[in-house]
Design a protein around this ligand. Structure first.
Ligand SMILES: [Zn+2]
Length: 101
């Protein structure tokens, strides 16, 4: 996948809309309206917003410190939550190692 500047700007705009509560979104990759929003909750004050396109299977992810407008515990996706937890554990490990040295 070619993540060029135009695409990156589309993704930035997409997450901005989602954080403002817009739910009618389009896939930044193929333009399909079959893009779904999911959430994860990683830490007390950290949320993940995930967009998965049902057509091209493109997945985008952003972290935010502010609870997204559309956030709902019921919209937490187990698979994405596992991916998020894994990433956070890795980050914790890196910090621990860095503090040891
Ligand atoms: Zn798509």
């Amino acid at each position: 996948m070619n993540k060029d500047k135009v695409y990156i700007n589309k993704v930035i705009e997409l997450f901005k809309l989602i954080s403002e509560g817009v739910e009618n979104i389009k896939c930044p990759n193929c333009g399909s309206e079959n893009a779904r929003i999911f959430y994860t909750k990683s830490r007390k004050d950290r949320y993940g917003i995930w967009v998965r396109c049902e057509d091209c299977k493109n997945i985008e992810h952003a972290d935010t410190k502010i609870s997204p407008v559309g956030f709902d515990e019921k919209k937490i996706n187990k698979r994405f939550q596992d991916m998020d937890d894994h990433a956070w554990r890795k980050a914790d490990e890196l910090v621990r190692r860095k503090n040891k040295n």
